[in-house]
Design a protein around this ligand. Structure first.
Ligand code: OGA
Ligand code: MN
Length: 289
């Protein structure tokens, strides 16, 4: 097989890389596809600059990595392309929001509340404000590795429950518009359990897999101990030394690995438009090796 000439430039010592000189509207040869996949595993968050992708091209590129997932908030999916979730502060002419206005303003790993959570998400910036609205990322390998040996031992075999409803109960949100769910949407959202420390299926490395957005409880421990330990872990994964800040440029496509990162949206001046499309690639059921 031909070697790829693609170059991924690291953006920080913690994670993140920028990939220039690729046009994702064009068909990808398998060497370039492999190089992109490897860059994701090596850098956790990869940024493709200046991608003028249609929704169909965004979907086609994303599909190379696996089946795509459809978000429970069907009102924010593109009508002809349900694999695309819209994040936007635009309104339809009747005043209804076009997309999620305030998605993810708390630390989370996308859809950790399903049995087979996504391996990654691809977010395309179509229109962005002149400043702010950055996205923060946390390296969950580093967060795990930095724990004391004693804490790592306490986490062996431990499971945690994840629930989407938690983020709607005001537990994780503060001070901004609260979205709603229909009874039908709620019915689709059962709580699930995942190991607290998961083994990345491709790299074999251990990563913490708890997040303030959706992790509601640690299982099989006395209640007080569970709450105290979860608090300690959520504190661990919020530390700045594990973080990377992505400052958006128009037409960035950012691909992050949900198995070993969390992310956090930040506010911006809503007199400006922020309009983005997300696809979500299905992953495996998390396991602890
Ligand atoms: C997401 C998300 C963060 C942002 O698309 O999953 O959390 O900054 N987005 O828009
Ligand atoms: Mn998210």
């Amino acid at each position: 097989m031909r070697e790829s000439t693609m170059i991924a430039n690291a953006l920080s010592p913690v994670m993140g890389a920028e990939i220039l000189d690729l046009d994702l509207t064009k068909a990808l040869d398998s060497a370039t596809f492999e190089a992109i996949h490897q860059a994701l595993l090596d850098h956790l968050v990869i940024v493709f600059r200046n991608q003028r992708l249609s929704a169909a091209q965004h979907v086609a590129f994303s599909r190379r990595f696996g089946d795509l997932m459809v978000h429970v908030k069907t009102e924010y999916l593109l009508p002809n392309q349900p694999e695309v979730l819209v994040l936007s502060n635009k309104k339809h002419s009747d005043g209804r929001p076009v997309g999620f206005e305030d998605a993810g303003r708390y630390w989370h790993s996308d859809m950790s509340y399903v049995e087979e959570p996504p391996l990654g998400s691809l977010l395309h910036a179509i229109e962005i404000p002149p400043e702010k609205g950055d996205t923060l990322y946390c390296n969950m390998y580093m967060a795990y590795e930095a724990l004391s040996a004693a804490t790592k031992r306490r986490l062996e075999g431990l499971q945690a429950s994840h629930s989407y409803l938690a983020s709607f109960e005001g537990k994780t949100k503060s001070g901004y518009a609260r979205d709603t769910l229909t009874e039908e949407q709620k019915a689709q959202l059962q709580e699930v359990t995942h190991p607290v420390v998961r083994t990345h299926p491709k790299t074999g490395r251990c990563a913490l897999y708890v997040n303030p957005g959706f992790t509601v409880r640690l299982e099989d421990l006395p209640k007080d101990e569970a709450a105290e330990l979860l608090g300690e872990l959520l504190n661990q994964v919020s530390k700045p030394e594990f973080q990377f800040r992505h400052v958006w440029q128009p037409h960035d496509l950012v691909f992050w690995d949900n198995r070993c990162t969390m992310h956090h949206a930040t506010p911006y001046d809503t007199q400006f438009t922020r309009h983005m499309h997300r696809t979500t690639v299905k992953g495996d059921r998390p396991f602890a090796a």
